[in-house]
Design a protein around this ligand. Structure first.
Ligand code: HEC
Length: 330
């Protein structure tokens, strides 16, 4: 059976709603747009601080010298996720070198969970909205019972280029050693946050001590924040959408501007997340000529927090430009 489900966020005005009826993403002919594979892998407790520590992640020194995560890792995700998700020590066999082992990154593995999801991602715009479209199969996902409300959540983390850590490290810039469920999370509920909002960052994360209010205001004024666009899904129910901001924490910062549509058939999801190109503060207006950065996350099998799949960073441009995804006008 195939069913189509659709929501528009409550924040969309009635006029906007009427002017685009029937169906906004429905107007995009996705068959006419070439997709690119983005493999989302299970990261376990791999955090920003972990990735920046040479003893923990061998690429840390090269990252600090300027080599971005994607350069070393895009193409390896289908190997990474399956060995992290088991909770066992991880093994590596570099070409021409002896194999070596690294400790487990997952103290509480979910038995039988697949290690990655390969999504086909397409983007487009219609002069009014940006559309990000993902097609993926989740595989056989055990029910983790962490989020009873939603079977699946699809998230785009959007960086307008003003978060240097995210330009280079994607979602990992917001994921810290002391966030919920991480090594130093201490059973708390600390959300994602950006490093420069903290008075001091250590190997254990930044804790709760923020910079002085005037310094935080300066960061804000400089656009130092990530947008978090999420589609919340259950088979057979309308998709729900949320827009949040990641700065000193993750949370709602204004009216939601994201819409989501989804269909599910035979274990395959087809999900479209859209957002107006124009947007008032606290959101970024999307314009041609700028290179943006995006990361993708999928929570599958009723998972929450870090028990998700994540991608390395990709670039996005509107209409034209040199980027992984060019949202052409349709
Ligand atoms: C210079 C290349 C290089 C760069 C840049 C790099 N890494 Fe790595 N990464 C490695 C190598 C090599 C390994 C294999 C394990 C080891 O030796 O630590 C690894 C392992 C990993 C793993 C675990 C994979 C597994 O199968 O267990 C994760 C997750 C990871 N890196 C994330 C990152 C993130 C996030 C960044 C950017 C902040 C990054 N890496 C930057 C080289 C790199």
């Amino acid at each position: 059976m195939k069913f189509a489900i659709k929501t528009l966020s409550a924040a969309v005005s009635l006029t906007a709603l009427l002017s685009v009826t029937p169906g906004r993403a429905a107007g995009i002919d996705w068959g006419s747009i070439a997709g690119k594979e983005v493999v989302l892998f299970y990261p376990g407790q791999a955090s920003w601080e972990w990735a920046l520590t040479p003893a923990d992640m061998s690429g840390a020194d090269d990252f600090r010298k300027g080599k971005n995560c994607d350069v070393c890792h895009i193409g390896e995700e289908k190997d990474m996720g399956p060995q992290i998700v088991t909770g066992q020590p991880r093994t590596f066999t570099p070409k021409g070198q002896a194999p070596y082992e690294k400790p487990s990154l997952e103290p509480t593995p979910i038995a039988g969970k697949p290690g990655f999801i390969a999504a086909t991602v397409k983007t487009a715009n219609d002069g009014t909205n940006l559309y990000v479209h993902l097609d993926f199969k989740e595989g056989a996902q055990p029910d983790a019972k962490q989020d009873p409300a939603y079977a699946t959540k699809v998230t785009v983390m959007f960086d307008d280029g003003k978060v240097p850590e995210a330009n280079r490290g994607g979602c990992f810039a917001a994921c810290h050693d002391d966030s919920a469920g991480e090594v130093n999370g201490g059973g708390g509920n600390r959300t994602m946050y950006l490093p420069r909002t903290r008075a001091k960052m250590t190997r254990q994360g930044g804790g709760d001590t923020l910079k002085a209010p005037e310094d935080l205001a300066k960061l804000k004024a400089d656009g130092y924040q990530l947008e978090f666009w999420e589609a919340m899904l259950n088979p057979g129910q309308p998709a729900k959408a949320a827009t949040e901001i990641v700065f000193d924490k993750r949370g709602a910062a204004g009216p939601s501007i994201v819409s989501a549509e989804a269909t599910q058939s035979g274990g395959s999801w087809s999900v479209t997340i859209s957002r107006p190109l124009a947007a008032a503060a606290p959101y970024t207006a999307l314009e041609p000529g700028t290179v943006y950065y995006v990361g993708f996350a999928i929570h599958s099998g009723h998972t929450a927090h870090r028990f998700h799949y994540v991608s390395y960073e990709r670039t996005l441009a509107i209409n034209s430009g040199a980027a992984d995804f060019v949202a052409v006008k349709k």
